[in-house]
Design a protein around this ligand. Structure first.
Ligand code: 2AM
Ligand code: CA
Length: 267
């Protein structure tokens, strides 16, 4: 079975599953959410995060039996290697926004093969913006191809910085903010990444992103010419959490230099 030949079928199915998931999420606004705390009071999970992850897992098991799934809520497989085809899923990215604002959250699905991103999907549910990318074929928003990004330097662009990184002690991330034209915060790694991919921002930096926060956005970002690495410039490891940076090539270099100056270095 040739994975490459299946792109069109996969793309279509994934799109259908994501729109179905979005309908389920929007309908849930009228019902009471069940909210549980994970690692801390700002790291929450709801019955919807769990239901949506299960929805994707059932579909993948049905249509692509045997393929492994790495999902945020843990209903997939214990994935310790990226060999073969691995699905990486965040059922709701920006769960705090979903709970507190019912806005600015995304559904994210990626397909990797032997560690390389093949397909990436981010659906900004409330803006109804569906971002999709296939390796080597460009990135699209609602069917319109995204232009290759302009290589804007840091001082001429807006940046998004995660709140954890903004409040970090050394102040190096705040220096990045000061060097830029201004800081904009949303609180959804997926939405912030697609805003870099569509040219609204020149960079997005976060202290600690999980594989499912990164996987789909990385495929989309790289298709438009952005650079996506750890905060020290090293390669992203999709089996771990990563301090993360996605930026235009010029802003990427400037931010790495700022963050790793004075002998300080970000993992
Ligand atoms: P999540 O909503 O899927 O958990 C918020 O700045 C962004 O960081 C969101 O994309 C959020 O994803 C992600 N994030 C990663 N780890 C987190 C954590 N431990 N607590 C809160 N948000 C986290
Ligand atoms: Ca999530």
């Amino acid at each position: 079975m040739n994975f490459l030949n299946q792109f069109r079928e996969r793309n279509q199915l994934i799109k259908e599953w994501i729109y179905e998931a979005a309908e389920t999420i929007k309908k849930s606004f009228d019902a009471e959410l069940e909210i549980q705390q994970k690692t801390n009071r700002n790291d929450l999970v709801t019955n919807m995060d769990k239901a949506i992850e299960k929805h994707f897992i059932e579909k993948i098991h049905h249509f692509f039996p045997g393929e492994r799934i790495l999902g945020e809520e843990g209903f997939g497989d214990a994935v310790h290697s990226l060999d073969g085809v691995v699905w990486i899923i965040d059922p709701i990215d920006g769960t705090l926004n979903f709970i507190k604002q019912q806005d600015d959250f995304a559904i994210m699905v990626a397909v990797y093969e032997n560690g390389k991103g093949q397909l990436g999907f981010i659906y900004d549910v409330m803006q109804d913006k569906f971002y999709a990318a296939q390796v080597g074929e460009g990135a699209y928003c609602n069917g319109n191809r995204l232009s290759p990004i302009k290589d804007t330097p840091l001082k001429e662009g807006l940046v998004a910085i995660s709140s954890a990184l903004m409040s970090e002690k050394t102040g190096l991330a705040r220096a990045v903010g000061r060097t830029s034209s201004g800081v904009r915060l949303i609180g959804s790694a997926g939405i912030e990444t697609v805003h870099v991919a569509s040219g609204r921002l020149v960079a997005y930096l976060a202290a600690s992103l999980a594989p499912w926060d990164i996987a789909a956005g990385k495929v989309i970002a790289e298709e438009v010419g952005l650079v996506y690495t750890k905060l020290n410039g090293n390669k992203i490891d999709l089996l771990q959490k990563n301090p993360s940076l996605v930026a235009t090539p010029t802003a990427h270099k400037e931010i790495i230099d700022l963050l790793n100056s004075n002998g300080k270095s970000y993992m």
